[in-house]
Design a binder for this molecule. Structure first.
Ligand code: NAI
Ligand code: MG
Length: 493
């Protein structure tokens, strides 16, 4: 047996080589509930020596273990079992996720349902990773074999804790990789709860290791480790850049899913009700803590004033409340640090633009990192609130004159993760779609994310794609095999 998830003192341990183990320093860190600001759990802090242990276990499981050599059918069966376990425990996982991240329980249930779906999808895909026969000389057979990349380091953020972990774990497992997962320090719990099932579903020891800790002292040594072949990261653009630099020393493969300042573009001919909903949903879902948040709302001048007014009216009716209240549409942001960051942007915004609604802390809560859904309007695209990712419930509404100006403003950003266009004119909508420099573009919707479809950024929003068949590609190497069929092949000397 893998032992007990918690130590004698009640701290969550590290999961290494199929066992719950203590860290080497004995240090722990607290995890909080953002709605109450109260302590929720204590977690052992992994540092460089612990990361090394986890990487060694993953390396051994890859180089000498059964996982990469298992038949795809066998790997698929294990992933299906893990998915079934997630479905069976959905209510429990969703509750922990909601309490720890602050997101409304209804959203957390959606996230955990999606986690199960991701494991099911990649269980299915595990048996559909064929190689190729290359059309070379008649005297040879040339094959392309797809092989797992090796040991993967998976570093994930706190906005969709278990979902972002599963976007990486599931394709990496389907490919036959072994791995070390580092959840975000704010939200380590659901990944630990899942790790407790790895043995039961049949994952061999060392295939998935979980270490919790901070960016500099736990994430960075994982990125730098010479025995890690690939890093998959979701988080800030700043850290993404530092990961790219550090990974260059060992030429690791790196995929990055980073920040955004995604434009949500509304033409005058779009459906009115759907547009107002779409503008609000695009930025206020998950408290705005979404990489693809529609944080720049571009509105055609013809409808601009009415649009701002209607958005502001409706934003005032969005129900903020504790995560476990099923009526809550927005909870608190994840942490004191994130709260302070978002509030500092509210102050910046007040000097740069006008406030249509919100702008501060809602008065009904004595505690908790709640922030009002805030709409700034008359924002110039050069303002800081239009250029910098805020990652909170803060919208910047920007007017535009015509199609050309909408495209120019939309693309005038270092980011390129997502965008949305709202119009009933399919000629115009598709012209705009083709002109946008973004990895995901929605038409008459914003935010739906499909397990089967590629997800990732242009420009400074990332490198590589997750989800669908694209997701598994990032965990594969290609080996070319040349089989000579000529008995005297060289005849040169
Ligand atoms: P972050 O990028 O610092 O953290 C994300 C993950 O990376 C965490 O697991 C963290 O421990 C780890 N990390 C941090 N520094 C690292 C390093 N040097 N080497 C390796 N791993 C490292 O993001 P943070 O500080 O939580 O949030 C800051 C901003 O980042 C947010 O306000 C938001 O703008 C953006 N962000 C974007 C996300 C996205 O989905 N694209 C998710 C989370 C944050
Ligand atoms: Mg950080």
């Amino acid at each position: 047996m893998g032992g007990s998830m918690k130590s004698a003192t009640g701290a969550y341990q590290l999961y290494i080589d199929g066992k719950w183990v203590a860290n080497s320093s004995g240090k722990t860190f607290p995890v909080y509930e953002p709605a109450t600001e109260e302590w929720m759990a204590e977690v052992m802090e992994a540092e460089s020596a612990d990361v090394d242990r986890a990487v060694q276990a993953a390396r051994k499981a890859f180089d000498h273990g059964e996982w990469p050599k298992k038949t795809p059918q066998d790997r698929a069966q294990i992933l299906f079992k893990l998915a079934a376990k997630v479905r069976e425990q959905l209510a429990m996982l969703a509750e922990v996720e909601a309490l720890n991240s602050g997101k409304p329980i209804v959203e957390a249930e959606g996230d955990i349902g999606a986690v199960a779906e991701i494991f099911e999808y990649y269980a299915g895909l595990a048996t559909k990773i064929p190689g190729m026969v290359n059309p070379v000389s008649a005297n040879a057979l040339s094959l392309s074999l797809r092989e797992p990349i090796g040991v993967a380091g998976l570093i994930v953020p706190w906005n969709y804790p278990l979902l972002m972990a599963s976007w990486k774990l599931a394709p990496a497992l389907a490919a036959g990789c072994t791995m070390v997962l580092k959840p975000a320090e704010q939200t380590p719990l659901t990944a630990l709860l899942m790790a407790d099932w790895f043995e039961e579903v049949g994952l061999p020891p060392g295939v998935v290791n979980v270490v919790n800790g901070f960016g500099e002292s736990c994430g960075a040594p994982l990125v730098a480790h010479p025995l890690v072949d690939k890093i998959a990261f979701t988080g800030s653009t700043e850290v993404g850049k530092s990961i790219t630099k550090s990974a260059a020393n060992t030429l690791k493969r790196v995929t990055l899913e980073l920040g955004g300042k995604s434009p949500n573009i509304f033409f005058a001919d779009a459906d009115w009700e759907a547009s107002i909903d779409g503008a609000l949903f695009g930025i206020f879902i998950n408290q705005g803590e979404v990489c693809s948040a529609g944080s720049r709302i571009l509105v055609e001048k013809k409808i601009y004033s009415k649009f701002v007014e209607a958005m502001a009216e409706k934003a005032k009716t969005i129900k903020l409340g504790p995560p476990m209240d099923r009526a809550s549409k927005m909870g608190p942001v994840v942490s004191k640090e994130q709260y302070d960051r978002v509030v500092s942007y509210l102050e910046v915004g007040k000097t740069e633009a006008k406030v249509a609604s919100g702008g501060g802390r809602p008065s009904q809560f004595a505690k908790g990192y709640y922030i009002e859904p805030t709409i700034f309007y008359d924002v110039d695209n050069s303002a800081r609130i239009a250029r910098e990712e805020i990652f909170g419930p803060v919208a910047a509404v920007i007017p535009f004159e015509n199609e050309g100006e909408a495209i120019r403003i939309a693309n005038d950003t270092p980011y390129g993760l997502a965008a949305a266009v709202w119009s009933r004119d399919i000629y115009k909508a598709f012209r705009v779609v083709k002109s946008l420099r973004a990895g995901i573009v929605w038409v008459n919707h914003m935010q739906p994310t499909c397990t089967e479809a590629p997800w990732g950024g242009y420009k400074q929003s990332g490198v590589g794609r997750e989800l669908g068949p694209w997701g598994v590609e990032e965990y594969l190497e290609t080996k070319q095999v040349y089989i000579n069929l000529d008995e005297k092949p060289i005849g040169w000397y």
